[in-house]
Design a protein around this ligand. Sequence first.
Ligand SMILES: [Zn+2]
Length: 251
Amino acid sequence: MFGAEKGYAAAHRTSPLQFYGGFASGVHPDLSLPSVPGSSMVWSGMTNRRRVALTFDDGPLPDWTPRVLAALARHHVPATFFLKGINVLRHGAIHRDSVGTHELGNHTWDHPDLARLDYGECIDQLERTSAIMQKVYGTRPTLFRPPYGHLAGSSVLAAAEQRLTTVLWSTQTNENRFEDNPVGIVASVRKAAQPGSIILCHDTGPSNRLVTIDNLDAIITGLLADGFAFSTVSELCGLTGERGHRVGGVS
Ligand SMILES: [Zn+2]
């Protein structure tokens, strides 16, 4: 999958970024004023309680996401999933029962490098994804995670105009370090976790990412043993939806 994503990115415009109205600039193409005064971005949450948020990017996909959902259900813990719109179109039913338990965020339509897309293309990526999520799940996302963690002025402005909080991460599961020692990833995540950590995981990708999913039960029980509770990103960060409702809602 990662190779496919690279192929997609390569197919996109990769000309040098330009100043003053060129690609990735944080102004409207017609130079009109932004409709909002700013936007918010988080990469970790409140540290006053011993809580973390597990996040899973790039799904939903049939061979991966149900395994994650089953592990979360076994331990009665919530997570936050950042969804590709094209996967929601094809496999959205996988998360049919997630609303109200887990939080579902926007991860663009098909995972381009937004830092290289202009404002209109960024809006298209975000709006199409929010629209299909609203259609399938009955609620629009309030969170957005940029593919690869790449942002530019155009994507920051687009997220703001779409009333989306941009969510990065403070720690991640580094599967490629543990291909020869899969259980080592459990100790690695436990060592890295801190109150407020937003932990990046994936529910699709190259096969080595299965290291996390294969060990997800042990990661969860390990963090519980370390005194951590699990929250959605919005809860961890004290966010509520722009439209006055929480997405997620598990405490
Ligand atoms: Zn991604």
